[in-house]
Ligand binder design. Structure first.
Ligand SMILES: [Zn+2]
Length: 209
């Protein structure tokens, strides 16, 4: 008979862990270089939810394995968490518009497509928000929650301004992206050096260059 309280604690703990993993993927320059592959898509849809660099997938697996050992999570808890994570990642990257009332209700606990789309905005203060994949609570708790994009969902720009071209959609370019610096005119690292507004700054420090 499975211990459902332990399973629930393990699932919520793992969700908190991937919230922090995602947050550090944006704030640590080396991690951002790998994670930004996920942000290169100019249109967010269900395939964006699968677009991760193999290094990030491997690193994520190792972090989760360590956490599972530390938590002593049962195989059933890990299986439920993985099913939930994959299902919700597909759901919240989906190019779908939920009725406003349903979206508002779901956001009490679940990350919706409207909420996660803000995280894929080209505007950095929006990219550096809404890190959650499953539960919305962590973004509220750690003050990284954004309710709406500044430009509105219909007009907001998706992707990374430092990679404006379509070549970044090619598999070989995506795989080598951690080594690339992006377009100098739009690279946010350069924007930081020229003392632009805080929201135009890069996700990372000057070591991104
Ligand atoms: Zn991200």
């Amino acid at each position: 008979m499975p211990n459902w309280a332990n399973i629930l604690i393990a699932i919520v703990s793992l969700d908190l862990l991937i919230y922090f993993q995602h947050l550090f993927s944006h704030s640590i320059p080396l991690f951002w270089r790998v994670h930004r592959v996920h942000h290169t898509d100019h249109d967010i849809d269900v395939t964006t939810g699968l677009r991760f660099h193999p290094i990030e997938i491997l690193a994520s697996m190792l972090i989760k394995m360590a956490a599972i050992l530390l938590l002593g999570a049962s195989p059933l808890a890990v299986m439920i968490f993985e099913i939930l994570l994959n299902a919700t990642a597909m759901f919240n990257h989906g190019n779908i518009k939920l009725p406003k009332l349903l979206d508002r209700f779901l956001r009490f606990f679940l990350v919706t497509p409207d909420m996660h789309r803000i995280h894929h905005s080209q505007q950095q203060d929006e990219t550096d928000s809404n890190y959650g994949f499953n539960l919305t609570w962590w973004d509220h708790l750690f003050k990284t929650y954004r309710a709406e994009p500044q430009a509105g969902h219909d007009r907001m720009k998706i992707g990374l301004p430092e990679f404006p071209g379509t070549d970044v959609q090619r598999l070989d370019v995506m795989l080598s992206l951690p080594l690339k610096n992006g377009s100098p005119e739009t690279n946010r690292t350069d924007a930081k050096k020229t003392d632009e507004k805080p929201q135009d700054r890069p996700h990372n420090s000057t070591s991104d260059n």
